[in-house]
Ligand binder design. Structure first.
Ligand SMILES: NC(=O)c1ccc[n+]([C@@H]2O[C@H](COP(=O)([O-])OP(=O)(O)OC[C@H]3O[C@@H](n4cnc5c(N)ncnc54)[C@H](OP(=O)(O)O)[C@@H]3O)[C@@H](O)[C@H]2O)c1
Length: 337
């Protein structure tokens, strides 16, 4: 079981596990996921203390898996115990009209698929800032929250300037989900401080770069695109290229391995722990290919150690050689626009 430090009071009514299970990996772009073993596997995560799920309307069957899991869980343990799990979904609409009816219909679809009266957290994504209908959508979502269909409203991949505009416009935002890793430290530049001041939490993805930040790739020659068999690996390989390239990444992996050995943990543990220790970060989402692969026991170790100042100095000796991703790509989420 996980230690108390693994739990986090995310909102007054929601205590989450700081290590969230990411469900993009069941979308189909990361290998075929068989629904039956996948839903069965969700019990293992829950029983290990990994009770918080991150998903989206467009992650293939993810919302249906949550609905099925909740239904089986209630049948086995009783409905009262459903409060032990948290499921954070997203709404990622194509830019277009954002009438109340359209917004409400989208929320209804997610509620129905997940089998909930009220969504624990709805994280809103928007593709195009030039189309300001995202503000209209957020106002409707805020109304739906007041009506009880959403418990908490959040964003994903919004930059600091838009986040500020939204919050100052009176829309209550509890978190922003962004890419955050030892390689992609853009959130530390502007976003984290703004969030810290406003009590907004960061949920981080990409902390282990789809699995690239692990012993598996230490000492390995640069993989070709066709050797990277998930959408996640392909995405983060591009990030490594923008950050400084494969050679520098190998230097980073070697340094991480030395740090991991000192703490008797793995490279992935150090990568996740690093992000967990950053200001404003409530949790790190680690993707899980349910029924295909699992790293539960290894990932649980992130709560059993802490990085010390010497580790940070060692890391900085490599990180100082990397490119400035804020300058190269832009603020959080700009890679999507
Ligand atoms: N808001 C957004 O735009 C956005 C974007 C991307 C992701 N996300 C969220 O974040 C989640 C994470 O996705 P991600 O793409 O960032 O992937 P990730 O968490 O960086 O990587 C997941 C993969 O890492 C490997 N892994 C996990 N634990 C490991 C360990 N201890 N040692 C070695 N390898 C390990 C597994 O690979 P194998 O299965 O091959 O073993 C797993 O499939 C998604 O599911 C989603 O919920 C959100």
């Amino acid at each position: 079981m996980l230690p108390p430090s693994s739990r986090y009071q995310f909102t007054p009514d929601l205590k989450i596990c700081r290590l969230l299970n990411g469900m993009w990996q069941v979308s189909g772009a990361h290998g075929y996921i068989d629904p039956e073993p996948a839903v069965t596997e969700m019990f293992r995560y829950h029983q290990a203390g990994l009770t918080t799920w991150d998903l989206a309307d467009h992650y293939g069957p993810a919302e249906d898996f949550v609905g099925e899991f909740r239904s089986r869980f209630a049948a086995r343990f009783g409905r009262d115990r459903l409060a032990e799990m948290q499921a954070f979904t997203k709404w990622v609409p194509y830019p277009g009209p954002m009438s109340r009816e359209i917004v409400e219909r989208a929320v209804d679809v997610s509620r129905k698929r997940m089998g909930v009266e009220s969504l624990d957290l709805l994280q809103f994504h928007w593709w195009d800032y030039a189309d300001e209908r995202y503000i209209t959508a957020l106002r409707h979502l805020s109304d739906l929250q007041r009506a009880g269909q959403i418990r908490h409203l959040a964003l994903t991949n919004f930059d600091t300037d838009r986040l500020r505009t939204i919050v100052e416009g009176g829309i209550p935002i509890v978190s922003n989900q962004v890419q955050y890793s030892i390689v992609d430290r853009r959130p530390a530049m502007r976003m984290a401080e703004f969030c810290r001041q406003g009590g907004i939490k960061l949920l981080a993805y990409g902390a282990i770069l789809g699995g690239l930040l692990s012993e598996k790739y230490l000492g390995r020659r640069e993989p070709r695109r066709d050797e990277l068999n998930t959408a996640s690996l392909q995405k983060y390989k591009q990030m490594i290229d923008a950050w400084g390239g494969w050679e520098l990444f190998q230097e980073l992996l070697a340094q991480l391995k030395r740090i991991a050995d000192r703490h008797q943990v793995t490279i992935a543990n150090v990568g996740i722990r690093y992000v967990l220790e950053q200001p404003a970060v409530a949790g790190v989402i680690v993707g899980t290919r349910l029924g295909l692969s699992e790293h539960i026991a290894d990932n649980q170790r992130v709560f059993n150690f802490a990085l010390d100042p010497a580790d940070y100095i060692r890391l900085e000796s490599v990180l100082m050689k990397s490119r400035d991703l804020l300058a190269a790509i832009g603020d959080c989420g700009d890679e999507y626009r």
